[in-house]
Every structure is written in structure tokens, then in C-alpha cells.
Design a protein around this ligand. Structure first.
Ligand code: PGA
Length: 254
């Protein structure tokens, strides 16, 4: 079986001013020095991207954005375009996060437009999916995930799919301290990979990294990463401190 490179990304959400962001990456560069065999990215707020990029020069830590708008430029007050993120040095864009879906009205269709716009600039995507507690308890979790996958990936080609990372984030586990158990997460990850196989091919599905997100911590990361279909983590709260984030990146040593 093809070996997938683990990928740990920190989603800072609406936290950290420019100076706080620079301070955090300065510490991260030190605490992550010597780390090998894992891909790492941080996603600061838009205002800090430029300064963080400068601070990360020469580092293996990559830069990600938390959102974008699909148009290339124009009269869209308050929005940020894909070429702007490319020029500032982003390698990835997080799209479809449940907070964007819940608070900002994003749908499978708008997420799909954003994915296409991101890929067209040569940027890679961290595509978030996940069910709410109500959906899980109502027995519709898998149907919701299937809908999010097929809707978000509509008209995405085989070649494009190779540059997409999927992040499974059960909404009930985000910021709640309530992690899905490794078995619960693995069950969904396996389902996602099967679905990708049906939509694309076995070879593509085997190569796609699927991150888990939702209260990932230094305490639970190793057990999660030990699952066959869990290839990384999208980390919120624990990515705001260099100690906890670097412990997560160093999951093999935990
Ligand atoms: P959390 O957030 O780690 O704070 O639960 C994860 C996310 O929303 O990406």
C-alpha cells in the first residue's frame, strides 16, 4: 500500500494579532526543528499572513489561509481573492470549515466554487466535512458526509483530487474537548476513502490524505494517528500554543 505522508495543520481561527502570530511561529520554528517525516502548515488570520510568511522563510512549515472568495478580483468588499493568497505565499487554503458553513452560510455549492478557484491558482485545499451532533444522533452522519463530499467535489478532476486533503471534523468534537474515539473517527475515514474510490479510483483514494479534526491534543493524537485511515490532524485550540502544537506534530514521540 502507498504510504501517505502525515499532515498536521494548525487552524488559528480568529485568534492572534500580527505580533502574537510572529511570536508563535518564532517559537514553533524552534520547537519543530529537526522534525522529519511529517508535513506541517499553520493558518493564521489574513492580517498576519504576510508577516508569518516572512518569519517562515527557509522553514519547512507551510502557510495556509482559512478561507477565500472565488472571484479573482473586483467589487467584493471585505473578501480576499485566490491570487492574493498565492502571492503572499500560501500553499493551502482551508475550505468548508463547519464554522464557515454554520455562521457564514456556506453551502456545498459555494464550497465547491471556492475549491475550484483555489485549485485554478495552483493552491492546494484542505476540504472540511463533518456531521453535527443532531445528525449523528439522528443516524444521518454518513449521508451528510456523502452529500458534502459529492457536492464539494463536483466537477473536480482526478488530477485535481490528488492535491486535495480532506479533513473530517465532527462538529460535536470541535472546541468541545469531546474527541471522536479513534474507532469512531476511523469508521468515518474508511467511509470517506471508499467514497473517494467510487468517485475517482482506488489509486487516487489511497493517495488522498484524510485529517481528523476536533479537540485534537497531545494526549489523544497518537491513538488517532495509529488508525489506518487517519493521515493527519487539523488542530484548532491546541495549535495556539507552540508547546501543544509541536507535541502534536511530534506525535510519534508521544
Ligand atoms: P479544535 O478545532 O481543535 O479547537 O476542536 C478544530 C477545528 O475546528 O479545525
Amino acid at each position: 500500500m502507498m504510504k501517505r505522508m502525515p499532515f498536521i495543520a494548525g487552524n488559528w481561527k480568529m485568534n492572534k494579532t500580527v505580533s502574537e502570530s510572529v511570536d508563535l511561529v518564532k517559537h514553533l520554528k524552534i520547537s519543530l526543528s529537526g522534525v522529519q517525516g511529517v508535513e506541517v502548515a499553520v493558518a493564521p488570520p489574513f492580517t498576519a499572513l504576510y508577516a508569518v510568511r516572512k518569519e517562515l522563510e527557509g522553514s519547512f512549515i507551510q502557510l495556509a489561509a482559512q478561507n477565500l472568495f472565488w472571484e479573482e478580483k473586483g467589487a467584493f468588499t471585505g473578501e480576499v481573492a485566490p491570487p492574493m493568497l498565492k502571492e503572499v505565499g500560501c500553499g493551502y487554503v482551508i475550505l468548508g470549515h463547519s464554522e464557515r458553513r454554520r455562521y457564514f452560510g456556506e453551502t456545498d455549492e459555494t464550497v465547491n466554487r471556492k475549491i475550484k478557484a483555489t485549485l485554478s491558482q495552483g493552491l492546494k485545499v484542505i476540504f472540511c466535512i463533518g456531521e453535527t451532533l443532531q445528525e449523528r444522533e439522528g443516524g444521518t452522519a454518513f449521508a451528510i458526509i456523502e452529500r458534502q463530499l459529492t457536492g464539494g467535489l463536483k466537477d473536480i478532476s482526478n488530477e485535481e483530487m490528488r492535491t486535495i486533503v480532506v479533513a473530517y471534523e465532527p462538529v460535536w468534537a470541535i472546541g468541545t474537548g469531546k474527541t471522536a474515539t479513534p474507532d469512531q473517527a476511523e469508521e468515518v475515514h474508511r467511509f470517506v476513502r471508499k467514497k473517494l474510490e467510487a468517485l475517482y479510483s482506488k489509486e487516487i483514494a489511497e493517495g488522498v490524505r484524510i485529517q481528523y479534526g476536533g479537540s485534537v491534543s497531545p494526549e489523544n493524537v497518537k491513538a488517532l494517528m495509529g488508525q489506518e485511515n487517519i493521515d493527519g490532524a487539523l488542530v484548532g485550540g491546541a495549535s495556539l500554543k507552540s508547546e501543544t502544537f509541536s507535541q502534536i506534530v511530534r506525535f510519534r514521540e508521544m
